[in-house]
Design a protein around this ligand. Structure first.
Ligand SMILES: [Zn+2]
Length: 400
């Protein structure tokens, strides 16, 4: 409330004139100005401000769209029960907890009043049951971002029900929802949530190939998929994602020990396929760099040639210190795999460029030309030339 200190003094001295409006009392502050001030202070202060007078309460209740109660260490449940019926225009509500406080009736109250909610963070709400999911399914159909990581009591039946109603989800965090995130739940996502772009399934050990394949087939917009610790999945999951999700930029496979070279070559194969299709359909425009982040730590079945092929195909994957977007911790047999930087470091400076007739639209921003690799192929072209033979020869069997 410090922001209001000067205004209070002004008010007690007979009024402050602002753009033709004389402010003599708290309630005289224009709603737009009040909401502007409220947007600059922390959430605890916003709630206090809503108690100043009925005018402020009404203005804040109707104007507030974002609220976080994560600072609340003991009485979050009661605070939600009291605030949710008033703050009916909320679009973002953060209720992340360190120790579980929220109970189902608080979430039911949110769902009963905050129908515009798009972004809800309920992470670490151990006490919540499927009753919360049923309430959200009916009350908050516009959810596009939902974080229920660590909500260990949710079941797959409850999640499946939620996905039938919340079909606009784009960002979903189910990390640690061991009981809920099963193939049945993922099939529910695949059937209903075709706009999904980000999915965290970290340590959901009940996730299997059937579920991930349903996702891949039903959610073609997927960009980031974290399957770290989903130890049951096999190459079939990765192959489905590689085949069906052309926008994939980040994949977590930590501790997925069933993953073999076949999965890596499917990513390489689809990179080439997507790039060629893009060139044909869009007259030479490039579609980014594909995978930018991959974690294959503890995937001990992978061999250096397969991972090197992947590294060559996706120049944004780095093993070098500082960038480290290809994470291979615990894979001691993969130490020979290096990103493009290592190759460039050993390249003679006088080496001539090899003209490959590529479209100018594919040159990196700033008109720079990608340097040649030691084998005489520019990085961006490497996959199209060098691996073409490899793909034709060996990958076709792998893919078929
Ligand atoms: Zn690098």
């Amino acid at each position: 409330m410090l922001a209001f200190g000067d205004g209070k003094r002004g008010g007690s001295e007979g009024g402050v004139k602002m753009e033709g409006v004389v402010i003599t009392e708290w309630k005289d502050i224009p709603v737009e100005l009040l909401l502007r001030i409220v947007s600059l202070v922390d959430d605890r202060t916003v709630i206090m401000a809503s108690g100043v007078c009925s005018g402020w309460r009404d203005a804040i209740c109707l104007g507030l769209t974002h609220l976080s109660l994560s600072w609340c260490k003991n009485s979050m449940n009661n605070l939600v029960l009291s605030l949710a019926p008033k703050f009916t225009k909320l679009q973002t509500l953060v209720l992340r907890q360190d120790k579980p406080q929220l109970e189902d009736h608080a979430v039911e109250t949110i769902a009963g009043y905050c129908h515009d909610l798009q972004d809800l963070d309920l992470s670490k709400s151990f006490k919540l049951s499927d009753l919360s999911l049923y309430a959200l399914a009916h009350g908050c159909p516009n959810l596009s971002k939902l974080n229920i990581s660590g909500c260990t009591a949710f079941s797959d039946v409850g999640l499946e029900y939620l996905f039938e109603f919340c079909r606009k989800l784009k960002i979903l965090n189910l990390c640690g929802c061991v009981k809920g995130a099963t193939d049945r739940a993922l099939q529910g996502i695949g059937r209903n949530c075709s706009q999904l772009q980000f999915l965290n399934l970290g340590w959901c050990e009940n996730v299997g190939d059937v579920g991930v394949m349903s996702l891949a087939y039903g959610c073609p917009e997927l960009r980031t998929v974290d399957l770290c610790g989903c130890a049951s999945i096999t190459d079939e999951s990765v192959i489905a994602l590689a085949n069906r999700c052309p926008h994939l930029i980040s994949l977590g496979l930590y501790y997925c020990r069933n993953i073999t070279d076949r999965a890596m070559y499917s990513l390489v194969h689809n990179r080439v396929k997507n790039k060629l299709a893009m060139w044909e359909s869009m007259k030479g425009r490039c579609d980014g760099e594909g995978l930018r982040s991959l974690n294959i730590s503890q995937c001990t079945a992978l061999t250096p040639p397969a991972v090197q092929a992947l590294c060559d195909s996706f120049p944004a994957l780095h093993t070098c210190s500082g960038r480290h977007s290809l994470v291979m911790s615990g894979c001691l047999h993969l130490t020979s795999v290096h990103c493009v930087c290592a190759v460039q470091a050993h390249r003679p400076h006088t080496e001539p460029y090899m003209q490959l007739g590529r479209s100018p639209a594919c040159e990196p921003a700033g008109g720079r030309t990608m340097p040649l690799r030691a084998d005489g192929v520019r990085n961006g072209e490497h996959i199209i030339t060098h691996h073409a033979a490899l793909l034709d020869a060996s990958l076709e069997d792998v893919m078929n």
